[in-house]
Design a protein around this ligand. Sequence first.
Ligand code: FES
Length: 104
Amino acid sequence: MGQGEARWHPVGPVGQITEGRPMRVDIGERAFAVGRVGDRFFAVDNACPHAGWSLGNGSLEGKRLVCSLHGWNFDVFTGECMLSGDKLGTYPVRVENQFLEVFF
Ligand code: FES
């Protein structure tokens, strides 16, 4: 497999991903904010498009991920910012043997 080729990457056990509590996950050079909304998991870019704050340190209200620095908030499934029109990168996720994986 060539370097840089998109593939599934392990994130962590789904049991450690708590509803309402997003978390930052670093995989290689990349940083994601991951979390769960009910039975659905998500992975988005960790850097807030406003000023680069870590969205993994934000809060999750339903499917809205709220940046803890200035309150911009994003739909975790579409990446759309409710305030600015900016868009976060969103990534496919899947659960394999109770382990969350992200594709990039
Ligand atoms: S850095 Fe996220 S709202 Fe300002």
